[in-house]
Design a protein around this ligand. Structure first.
Ligand code: TMP
Length: 255
């Protein structure tokens, strides 16, 4: 990591110049923040887990035909991604009331919404990522109406797919946040999924107990934060107690 040229450092990730033009290296940190960095901490091993979980989910999503920025995971904490022009909005998809929608609209946390809801937030730290409407997005040129249609359609599709994927491993996908970027290739521009999908950006509850397995454990001081992330990875089948990069799993002795 030392030889890479740092381009941008965010709250949970660092972006470095990639080995080829049009690529970046995305490095996952253990740093955790909440409430627009008013609360700060470290979750040991979070970067490694999020790198793996995001790689897995983005790969599955690309298999259903939704383009993503992921090229491949490089090592424990880094992945090679396509360089995009980030669209400055966050799309939040909600299936069950929790967090800010419960607070804002007085809906009891855990209420299943009559249908999935897509909300948009403007990415701005000084403004605390305010909620915005489609009108704001097109009026201020953050995305064109056509781009916004694509973002909406991709978000709904990803939600349907991920709800099923998580249901299959006993997890309720309560809500999650997506970011998109413009990817330029041969004079053509496409909207592709960027950033990450991980327990930092999703609410994930155990289907039987509703136990939280996501960043709310950190936000709300519930303890066992890393264990929650680890359990998500374990259920996805990408984490074992002995998971390391270079240690081959020992073969069973045969007679
Ligand atoms: P919210 O209930 O606080 O609006 O969050 C909705 C979802 O979006 C939740 O899964 C966490 C995720 N999220 C982010 O990934 N980044 C953010 O900055 C915020 C506010 C939420």
């Amino acid at each position: 990591m030392a030889r890479r040229r740092k381009l941008y450092e965010g709250k949970a990730k660092v972006l470095f110049k990639g080995p080829e033009p049009g690529t970046l290296v995305q490095y996952f940190k253990d740093d955790a923040t909440a409430f627009n960095a008013k609360k700060k901490g470290t979750i040991t091993g979070k970067g490694v887990l999020n790198n793996r979980i995001s790689e897995y989910l983005m790969t599955r999503i690309s298999e259903i035909g939704v383009p993503t920025h992921l090229i491949r995971r490089l090592n424990m904490r880094e992945q090679l991604v396509r360089e995009v022009e980030i669209i400055p909005i966050e799309a939040v998809v909600r299936n069950i009331a929790a967090g800010s929608i419960s607070k804002r609209l007085g809906i009891k946390e855990g209420t299943v919404l009559p249908r999935s809801v897509v909300e948009y937030y403007y990415k701005s730290d000084p403004l605390d990522d305010p909620m915005i409407t489609e009108e704001h997005i097109t009026c201020f040129g953050w995305a064109t109406p056509h781009e916004l249609d694509e973002i909406f359609a991709m978000s709904v599709r990803i939600n349907d797919f991920l709800c099923g994927l998580f249901a299959g491993i006993g997890i309720r996908l309560v809500d999650f946040k997506l970011e998109y970027g413009r990817f330029f290739e041969n004079d053509e521009m496409r909207i592709i999924l960027a950033d990450e999908i991980s327990p930092d950006s999703c609410r994930l509850w155990d289907s039987n107990t509703n136990e939280k397995m996501d960043k709310d454990r950190f936000r709300r001081d519930l303890g066992k934060v890393e264990e929650g992330y680890q359990e998500v990875a374990r259920r996805l089948g990408i984490w074992h107690d002995s998971t390391t990069e270079d240690k081959p799993r020992r073969k069973k002795a045969t007679n």
